[in-house]
Design a protein around this ligand. Structure first.
Ligand code: GUN
Length: 305
């Protein structure tokens, strides 16, 4: 049976470190870090994320300021808000919640954020620094996954790592961070030929494709470490029966609550083959916010204000 890599416990450790960092600023007579969160439209999942971010900020002493705009907001108005936040000396970090409603250009918005305030690490300047292996603000989810692996003593040097997914938010930056730590990295995706065989080569498998239960137990090399970044909501009982054959508790939750969260990996099957696995929920999910607040503190300290 594999070890469960507890993301919630590690997120708590990271948040405690941020809390101490904020306290340290206060002791030096500096103000609390300020994080501006911009939410456009009324996507229910985004509203939950933003609420969770604000609650986490309150816990560690970061000042969070929410800016809610209507779904019909023109690009010029969003751009003007970003300009205003870039110029505001009390704002250290700016996060524009994605996805943006149709009609708004997310690249234009993300490129407009000052690189020094880009707590998501999505600006081309920060992406370039990551590519060069230089310090900068780095994407929250992969940064926090790397911190989790380090905490659990996973030695990445020379390891065969497969990153499943090539998004700019997770897949690409995760691959670069693993490479920086001397892993041998393959980025696999939906067009990769014989995906199961590629995954089976992995000593470390990072799944970030948003396809529920795509990775079966037979895709996993015995003894591998598995990091499951996917968070998928399942409501279909027939799909649940198929995905959760090795997870009676999940099936039960689906039956009683009408929905259940699962990752891109079949957790019950992975537990039989791997040496360590992150669960969903309670794995990578809580780490993302911890990574974000770590970045907000870093941005504030970099500003020297
Ligand atoms: N929506 C889903 N994940 C993220 C994220 O990491 N950052 C932002 N800005 N929006 C998201």
């Amino acid at each position: 049976m594999a070890t469960i890599l507890d993301g919630k416990a590690h997120a708590d450790r990271m948040l405690e470190s941020v809390r101490l960092g904020v306290e340290d600023r206060r002791a030096r007579g500096l103000r609390a870090p300020g994080l501006a969160v911009v939410l456009v439209g009324d996507d229910p999942a985004s509203q939950v994320y933003v609420r969770n971010k604000s609650a986490a900020c309150a816990k560690v002493g970061i000042t969070s300021i929410e800016h809610r705009l209507a779904a019909e907001t023109p690009q010029a108005e969003l751009d003007a808000l970003i300009d205003q936040l870039n110029a505001d000396p009390d704002v250290d970090g700016i996060l524009v919640q994605l996805p943006l409603p149709k009609g708004l250009d997310s690249k234009e918005a993300l490129h407009r954020i000052s690189p020094a305030k880009d707590v998501d690490g999505f600006h081309p300047m920060n992406q370039g620094l990551l590519l060069e292996g230089l310090p900068g603000l780095r994407p929250c989810t992969p940064t926090a996954c790397m911190s989790l692996l380090a905490h659990h003593g996973v030695n990445l040097k020379g390891l065969r790592a497969v990153v499943l997914g090539r998004s700019e938010i997770v897949g690409k930056p995760m691959a670069l961070m693993l490479l920086e730590q001397h892993a041998t990295v393959t980025i696999a995706h939906s067009r990769t030929k014989d995906l199961p065989a590629v995954c089976r080569e992995a000593d470390l498998l990072v799944a970030a494709v948003g396809r529920p239960g795509l990775v079966e137990g037979s895709w996993i090399k015995p003894g591998a470490v598995v990091v499951d970044v996917g968070i998928n909501r399942i409501e279909d009982p027939a799909l649940g029966e198929r995905l959760f054959a090795a997870e009676p508790k999940k099936l039960e939750t689906l039956k009683t609550k009408g929905a259940v969260l699962c990752g891109d990996v079949r957790f019950g099957e992975a537990m039989q083959v791997a040496s360590a696995v992150t669960p969903v929920p309670g794995g990578v999910g809580p780490l993302t916010i911890a990574g974000l607040l770590t970045n907000a503190l870093m941005a504030a300290n970099n500003h020297g204000a």
